[in-house]
Write a protein that binds this ligand. Structure first.
Ligand SMILES: C[S@@+](CC[C@H](N)C(=O)[O-])C[C@H]1O[C@@H](n2cnc3c(N)ncnc32)[C@H](O)[C@@H]1O
Length: 294
């Protein structure tokens, strides 16, 4: 399994002004690509990091050994970061939303429609929350429709619901994906063979893990501390998340607590997409809080 390639690394370093030295928060540590790049950008940099998946701890331990006294890590959702760390003096905040490659392709937690083993979909399998299995197999149709619609499932929704009702219970993500492919009309499948299954899995995962709610709570708590002159960089891979980030940064700008640094979302270059096709839908937006003490 190849290591996860962090996306838009140079752009993140530049927008967070990581070369100038400071304290940074990496809320979605993953395999640590961004944290490591920040730690290497300046020998004075300090990184506080959270990661929801306990399976990533080995990567954090490596960084803690490599950068003693400069890297602090906790298994937690980023929404609770403020309970674990004092982030008032941080100059840069990063969220790189979604999942990393290891989770997608070798976790056997049902994140990908290739996964024949499970339909769990929890980022942290220790959390006592309903799994993908529970939601897909036990929810009434109305609830399912709402979850899928909110997660970005569009014109294919009625076919997806039909497939779920007809063929459930499903034991694995692959079984669910196969049922959807069987039920979708050929004209939809012809152009985008995998797209619809992928969108359904993404919507399901976002619902299981309450991902939108965690992002909302993080942004609300960050606003409460509004750290002086800090920059907030958020990479989204899904329009639901990107809309939330955009509307939050817009309303913060209107309230006069800071300014939008990126007028348009920053996207990976063609070279980056060629080298790392998973980066193709990444959108980076950056906001800067004003310095209230001047
Ligand atoms: C796209 S990956 C980040 C990759 C990372 N930047 C790197 O360079 O390896 C997203 C990571 O965020 C984690 N994650 C998702 N939601 C989270 C949350 N609410 N709190 C903390 N981590 C979360 C996932 O488990 C995953 O490891």
């Amino acid at each position: 399994m190849k290591p996860h390639k962090p996306v838009l690394v140079n752009e993140v370093l530049e927008y967070l002004q990581a070369k100038s030295g400071g304290r940074f928060f990496d809320g979605t540590f993953g395999q640590g690509g961004h944290s490591k790049a920040i730690l290497m950008a300046n020998t004075a940099n300090i990184v506080f990091a959270t990661e929801r998946d306990p399976g990533m701890i080995e990567y954090a331990q490596k960084l803690a050994e490599q950068f003693p006294g400069r890297f602090f890590f906790v298994i937690s959702s980023f929404k609770d970061a403020f309970k674990h760390f004092d982030l008032h003096n941080c100059s840069g905040f990063l969220l790189d939303l979604g999942l990393n490659q290891k989770q997608l392709f070798s976790s056997s937690r049902g994140f990908s429609f290739y996964d024949d083993e499970s339909l769990d979909c929890r980022i942290n399998p220790n959390e006592k929350i309903p799994t993908g299995y529970d939601i897909v197999n036990l929810s009434p149709v109305k609830t399912l429709a709402k979850i899928l619609r909110e997660g970005g499932v569009g014109k294919e929704l009625k076919y997806v619901l039909r497939a779920i009702i007809k063929f459930r219970p499903f034991k694995s993500a692959k079984a669910l994906g196969d049922a959807i492919s069987k039920t979708l009309p050929a004209r939809l499948l012809y152009k985008h063979k995998h797209k619809y299954r992928h969108v359904v899995m993404q919507a399901l995962r976002m619902a299981v893990n309450h991902e939108k709610e965690h992002l909302k709570e993080f942004l609300q708590r960050l606003k409460v501390i509004s750290p002086d002159s800090a920059r907030v960089a958020i990479i989204s891979f899904h329009s639901v998340e990107d809309k939330l980030v955009t509307s939050t940064f817009r309303s913060w700008t209107k309230e006069g607590i800071g300014r939008l640094i990126t007028k348009k979302a920053i996207r990976p270059s063609l070279d980056e997409v060629k080298d790392n096709p998973s980066s193709r839908s990444a959108l980076l937006r950056v906001f800067e809080f004003y310095n209230e003490s001047t």
